[in-house]
Design a protein around this ligand. Structure first.
Ligand SMILES: [Zn+2]
Ligand SMILES: [Zn+2]
Length: 426
């Protein structure tokens, strides 16, 4: 048997007192199914036994102050000395857990995880110790605190720790001696229709003030009074007692376009205090607003939001096109002859926020009919990413072919509806 363990223990307890936790933590990787506190106590016992049997123990005797000896002429001390590493931090774990439980009482959660921001002083002293005695069997104090506080909280709350997908992160800041509760976001998968024109999909901060509120935006900080996101999120935020929302849509329709097809989206609710939302009830509440209709399908994960944002879904549009000059059946025939690839250089209207390049998008279906002297109605099915307004107008030759170009008659979109959106499996 190597003497290494006891030699190490001697070094640790040579000057000043080290508590069972900090002593045991130096040997944390040795054997399983026990605690650092028990490891530390076992080692300390060996030194106390040695002292009792008359051996010279070569440690600071303050480390065995609390033993009741038979032979050694020492009085048992009731007062526990202060650990030179942690300052007896672990003795306060019970009151920390009470504080945490008090704060947790406001939150709805099934599981949690504990995180600790270790005080710089303690981390420094721990590192110095490792330098002196070696770190090969040790564990950082952070890991022990997270585990021990986690065990206490499991016992007191009846909820389980979950390291993969916790509802709540309980963050202990040792320097501030404070507990912060960070609930993870609630993610709701749904589908929406936008039945009114003139509403953006998401909140659009005022261009003038960037959202702070100014004269131009009437102090509201946004360009439009409301958005699809705000209409859907309002009852959800209230029910979840969330701080804010963020909507992730599978693409977006133009502000002046309706969306009559069901568009998939994920609503992210930040800092929710409640998470067991009644989706059917909330769906009804949202649907009282006639401008937007939703189906709140189910709770989901961040992964679903990512998937939805990346999805390339086909779209079918209904377009009312106004021409400059009268049109005839031949014009419609020519337009319906547009097949396959349409080349689109980044439209002028979005050039300020998109790279200037030429994209190719496929037309998957095209139907149309004349509805008046200068107007026609079309149904166009396209790949994701087609700029439909430019397909009609030609954008001064930047989109090729176009309705304008092929008929030699200036065409522009009068009304636009998204009538169908490709399906996505979530
Ligand atoms: Zn300690
Ligand atoms: Zn403003």
């Amino acid at each position: 048997m190597s003497m290494q363990i006891l030699e190490k223990a001697k070094m640790i307890m040579k000057n000043g007192y080290v508590c069972d936790h900090c002593l045991g933590r130096t040997f944390a990787q040795l054997t399983k199914g026990t605690t650092n506190s028990i490891r530390g106590k076992a080692i300390r016992d060996i030194f106390a036994f040695s002292a009792e049997s008359g051996e010279k123990i070569e440690i600071d005797e303050i480390n065995i102050d609390n033993y009741d000896f038979r032979n050694v002429k020492r009085k048992i001390k009731k007062q526990k000395p202060t650990c030179k590493i942690c300052g007896n931090f672990f003795d306060g774990l019970g009151s920390i857990s009470k504080k945490a439980i008090d704060k947790l009482s406001k939150f709805e959660y099934d599981n949690f995880v504990v995180g600790t921001k270790v005080s710089g002083d303690i981390a420094g002293r721990e590192e110095n110790l490792w330098e002196e005695v070696g770190a090969e069997h040790c564990e950082p104090i952070k890991a022990e605190i997270n585990r021990e506080l986690g065990k206490l909280l499991e016992k007191k709350t009846g909820r389980k720790a979950d390291f993969e997908n916790p509802d709540i992160v309980i963050l202990l800041d040792m320097d501030k001696n404070d507990i912060e509760i960070k609930p993870s976001q609630v993610w709701v998968y749904g589908l929406y229709q936008k039945l009114a024109r003139g509403i953006p999909q998401t909140k659009w901060p005022c261009r003038n003030c960037g959202g702070r509120g100014c004269e131009k935006c009437d102090g509201k900080g946004k360009m439009y009074p409301t958005s699809v996101e705000e209409i859907i999120a309002k009852p959800l935020i209230k029910a979840a007692k969330a701080s804010a929302s963020s909507m992730h849509g599978a693409g977006r329709e133009d502000i002046d376009a309706r969306c009559l097809g069901w568009r998939p989206f994920v609503m992210e609710l930040q800092h929710p205090m409640k998470r067991k939302l009644q989706l059917k009830k909330l769906e009804k509440e949202v649907n009282r607003d006639r401008r937007v209709k939703v189906k709140l399908v189910k709770f989901c994960s961040k992964e679903t939001a990512r998937k939805i944002k990346a999805a390339k879904l086909t779209k079918t549009y209904k377009i009312i096109v106004a021409f400059e000059k009268p049109i005839n059946k031949d014009d419609i025939k020519k337009i319906l002859g547009i097949k396959n690839l349409v080349k689109q250089r980044t439209p002028v209207r979005v050039a300020h926020r998109r790279a200037d390049l030429v994209r190719e998008r496929r037309i998957l279906g095209l139907k149309g009919r004349i509805i008046s002297k200068k107007e026609a109605e079309f149904f166009v099915k396209t790949e994701a990413g087609m700029y439909v307004k430019e397909l009609v107008s030609g954008d001064d030759g930047r989109t090729e072919p176009s309705f304008t170009g092929i008929t030699n008659n200036k065409a522009k979109v009068k009304a636009l509806d998204v009538v169908e959106i490709g399906k996505i499996k979530v």
